[in-house]
Design a protein around this ligand. Structure first.
Ligand SMILES: Nc1nc2c(ncn2[C@@H]2O[C@H](COP(=O)(O)OP(=O)(O)O)[C@@H](O)[C@H]2O)c(=O)[nH]1
Ligand SMILES: [Mg+2]
Length: 408
C-alpha cells in the first residue's frame, strides 16, 4: 500500500499569498501542473484504500471526536469519511461541513425529508470509492481501533466482510440493561430465518465489506429500518464469506439513542421483505395489517353511533368509514412510511389525498363485490375479492399520490 503524500499536498495551498488574484491563481495552477502537483493530487484520490460511512441523526456532539479518533487509528492508511445525515435538527450536517473545511477526507451527505439508518448507509457506500468500505455508528460505541484488523483480514483475500462482533469470544455488550440484552438476543435468534446460523452477531452495525461484494447485492437490498447487516446477508445470490472480530460495545459518547419501539416494527418488515418480498412488497403487508386494524376501528365507531340509535345506519357507516380512514392515514404515516413521513402542511394535504383515494377504493370495493355477487359468486368470496381490489388500489394510489410525490 503506497503511503500518500497528503502532508505535502495539504501544506502547499496555505503557502500561497492570501491576496493572490485570479491571474496569480491561474499561473500558480500552471506551475503546479508543470511540477506534477496536480498529477499527485489525482493519484491521492485514486489511491483511497478505505471508505468509512457513518449514518447520523442528532450526533453533532460526536462527529469531531469520531473524526479525530479515526485520524489517529488510521494513520498510514488512505481513508475517506462520509457522514450521511438525515437533516438532523441539531445541525450535525453543519458540524461535519466545518470538519470538511479542515480535512478534505471528510464529507457529508445531507438528506432532506428522509429517515432511515439502512438507506443512509447504502447511499453513503454508493457515494464512496475505496475498495473496502466500513460502516459504523457516530456515537463511539463501535471501537474504531478494530478497523485496521478488519482491513487486514479483508486485504488477505478470501473474505467478503469483516464484522465487529459482541458475541464471539472476547466480545462484550458493555453496559446494556437486562431488557436490551434480551431483546438483542431475541432479534438475533429470529434473524436466523434469513441469515446463516454461524453468524453470531447479525445485529451488529459495525462491519467492513469489499466493495464488489456490496455492489453484487445492492440492487436486492430492502434498505428498510436499522439492520443493514441482516439485509446484506439475506440479499444476493452468493453467500457472504465472513469473519467476526470481537470488540467491546462501548457506552454512547454524547447524545441519545434513536432506538425506539418502531425499530421492532421496521425489523419485522425487513424480515417479511426478505422472506416474501419477491412476491408481495413489505409495505403492502404493513398497509394491509393496518387496514385490518382500520376495520376494527370502523366497527367500533359504527357500534358506538348506530347501536344506541344516535344516527341512521347510513350516516353511521359514513362516519365510521371517515374515522377509519383518518386512523389508517396516521398509522401508515407513522409505520409504513416512517422513512418518508409527512409533516406540517404536507400532512394535511396527504390526509386529504388519502381520503380521496380511499373513497374511490370504497366505491370499487362495493361495486366489485356487488358485480361478483350478482354473477352467482357466494357472498364471502365476492366480499373478500372486493376488499382485495380496494386494498391494492388504495395502496398503489396512495403510495404514489399521498407519500410518493414531494411537493412543497
Ligand atoms: N442517517 C440516519 N442515521 C440514523 C438514523 N437513526 C439512527 N441513526 C444513526 O445510526 C447510528 C446508531 O443509532 P443509535 O441511536 O446509536 O442506536 P443504538 O446504538 O442501537 O442505540 C447513530 O450514528 C445514529 O445517529 C436515521 O434515521 N438516519
Ligand atoms: Mg449507538
Amino acid at each position: 500500500m503506497t503511503p500518500l503524500p497528503t502532508a505535502d499536498l495539504a501544506s502547499t495551498p496555505t503557502d500561497w499569498p492570501a491576496t493572490a488574484t485570479m491571474a496569480d491563481t491561474a499561473s500558480i495552477s500552471a506551475v503546479a501542473g508543470t511540477i506534477g502537483l496536480a498529477a499527485d493530487a489525482d493519484r491521492a484520490v485514486l489511491a483511497r484504500e478505505l471508505s468509512i460511512v457513518v449514518p447520523t441523526f442528532n450526533e453533532s456532539a460526536n462527529v469531531a471526536e469520531l473524526t479525530r479518533r479515526l485520524g489517529e487509528t488510521l494513520r498510514g492508511i488512505a481513508w475517506e469519511l462520509v457522514f450521511v445525515d438525515d437533516d438532523s435538527p441539531d445541525r450535525t450536517a453543519e458540524a461535519v461541513r466545518r470538519l470538511s473545511q479542515q480535512d478534505a477526507r471528510v464529507r457529508v451527505i445531507q438528506r432532506i425529508g428522509r429517515r432511515g439508518l439502512s438507506s443512509a448507509c447504502v447511499e453513503g457506500v454508493l457515494a464512496t470509492s475505496a475498495p473496502f468500505v466500513a460502516v459504523m455508528d457516530a456515537d463511539l460505541q463501535h471501537d474504531e481501533r478494530l478497523l485496521p484488523a478488519m482491513l487486514q483480514a479483508l486485504g488477505k483475500g478470501g473474505l467478503d466482510i469483516a464484522i465487529g462482533s459482541r458475541y464471539v469470544d472476547g466480545g462484550q455488550i458493555g453496559e446494556w440493561d437486562e431488557q436490551r440484552a434480551l431483546i438483542s438476543r431475541l432479534a438475533t435468534r429470529v434473524s436466523h430465518a434469513v441469515v446463516p446460523a454461524a453468524l453470531k452477531d447479525p445485529m451488529s452495525g459495525f462491519f467492513m465489506i469489499r466493495r464488489e461484494a456490496f455492489m453484487d447485492r445492492v440492487h436486492s437490498l430492502s434498505a428498510l429500518g436499522f439492520k443493514i447487516l441482516v439485509d446484506l446477508f439475506a440479499s444476493g445470490t452468493q453467500p457472504l464469506r465472513f469473519v467476526e472480530l470481537p470488540y467491546e460495545f462501548r457506552a454512547r459518547h454524547a447524545g441519545q439513542s434513536k432506538l425506539d419501539s418502531h425499530v421492532a416494527w421496521d425489523y419485522g418488515m425487513l424480515l417479511i421483505d426478505k422472506l416474501i418480498g419477491r412476491w408481495i412488497p413489505a409495505r403492502f403487508v404493513s398497509f394491509g395489517l393496518i387496514g385490518s386494524a382500520g376495520v376494527i376501528v370502523h366497527m367500533a365507531v359504527l357500534a358506538a353511533l348506530f347501536k344506541p340509535g344516535l344516527v341512521s345506519f347510513q350516516l353511521g357507516q359514513a362516519l365510521a368509514a371517515a374515522v377509519a380512514m383518518v386512523f389508517n392515514f396516521f398509522v401508515n404515516n407513522l409505520l409504513t412510511y416512517r422513512d418518508q413521513r409527512l409533516r406540517g402542511a404536507r400532512l394535511l394535504r396527504g390526509l386529504a389525498s388519502f381520503m380521496l383515494v380511499c373513497s374511490v377504493g370504497a366505491v370499487a370495493n362495493v361495486g366489485v363485490a356487488q358485480f361478483l355477487f350478482s354473477h352467482e359468486q357466494g357472498w364471502v368470496p365476492a366480499a373478500l375479492i372486493g376488499i382485495v381490489v380496494a386494498a391494492v388500489w388504495n395502496f398503489a394510489t396512495s403510495s404514489f399520490y399521498t407519500w410518493g410525490r414531494r411537493s412543497g
